[in-house]
Ligand binder design. Structure first.
Ligand SMILES: O=C(O)CCC(=O)C(=O)O
Ligand SMILES: [Fe+2]
Length: 299
């Protein structure tokens, strides 16, 4: 049976490109009719975040969870949270083309998809801010042998940035997602982590509506400019095979609000199975809880 493949901006099947390069850029995952609604919902959410009416934020000065203090916001957390009352986010997160892309990347079907994170990355207002070169699930100080082991753990999930406005904030080192750091890379990640001269670095340019999927263990950093508008949807989904490794990566973001009737009541039909799948993972891997200690905490 022939199944239509989703291809990237260079006409390569997205799963092949992601596997080879650690990232892939693809067009057209936001239905036209949803673009303005998403922009409007982002605008309202950003306003709430910047005025302190939304407490779940990433604040300038802190890169990894938990984000406990600050005023200048670089990320609005938990777009699916029922208290935010912006249902278009769930509508898009469960929309057919996006789900099809995720299923192709994970070689799975909708029945096995697992709902995970959905946040918004924005430009700060007070000052520019750089994230350090990092892998999401392997702290910089990790010894070589352990780094190798961690990089061999399958992900059973994928994450992406979908830009609503031009976005050139993300830098990656292509093909670095499954190999240990070279000694030069290791030195930079530990001793000069905001370096603008990482060997092989590539700036990812997204046009409005484009999505980059990237391996969360590719070497990457981001530059946040207060003067350049950013509203980029930042999300992940997994499969039911993720187990405790996946649980550790996503529950470090504290998703207790997912385990509420208010949340269950506003789930669109398309997300009911992905939701029961993440509940099953919490039950299996984390005694039913949706929160664990952050991976980078205390290092
Ligand atoms: O801002 C970005 O595009 C990347 C953010 C990131 O790397 C992270 O939150 O771990
Ligand atoms: Fe990251």
């Amino acid at each position: 049976m022939h199944t239509a493949m989703i291809t990237d901006i260079n006409n390569v099947p997205i799963d092949q490109a992601l596997k080879e390069n650690g990232y892939v850029i693809v067009d057209g995952l936001i239905p036209d009719a949803m673009v303005q609604r998403l922009k409007d919902a982002c605008e309202r959410s950003i306003n709430k975040a910047r005025t302190g009416q939304w407490k779940h934020c990433r604040f300038v000065g802190t890169q990894f969870p938990p984000w406990t203090e600050g005023t200048d916001v670089w990320g609005v957390q938990h777009l699916l949270h029922p208290d935010l009352q912006e249902t278009v986010f769930a509508e898009w997160y469960g929309s057919p083309k996006l789900v099809e892309a995720v299923c192709q990347l994970l070689s799975t079907t909708t029945d096995s998809l697992q709902m995970e994170l959905f946040n918004l990355l924005i430009n700060p207002e007070e000052r520019d801010f750089d994230l350090t070169w990092h892998r999401d699930a392997v702290p910089a100080e990790t010894p070589k042998e352990q780094e190798k082991e961690k990089l061999e753990i399958p992900h059973y999930g994928t994450q992406w940035n979908t830009a609503l406005y031009d976005d050139a904030c993300l830098f990656v080192v292509p093909k670095s997602h499954r190999r240990v750091r070279t000694s030069e890379e290791r030195d930079i990640t530990i001793n000069d982590p905001k370096s603008h001269n990482m060997p092989g670095q590539l700036q990812v340019h997204l046009k409005p509506g484009q999505t980059v999927f990237y391996d969360n263990n590719i070497l990457h950093r981001a530059a946040y400019f207060k003067s350049s508008k950013r509203a980029t949807l930042h999300a992940s989904m997994g499969t039911i095979d993720g187990g405790h490794h996946r649980a550790a990566t996503i529950f470090q973001h504290g998703l207790d609000w997912m385990d509420t009737d208010a949340f269950r009541q506003q789930l669109p039909e398309s997300l009911k199975t992905p939701y029961s799948n993440v509940c099953a993972m919490a039950a299996r891997s984390n005694e039913g809880k949706f929160a664990v200690k952050p991976i980078h905490e205390g290092l």
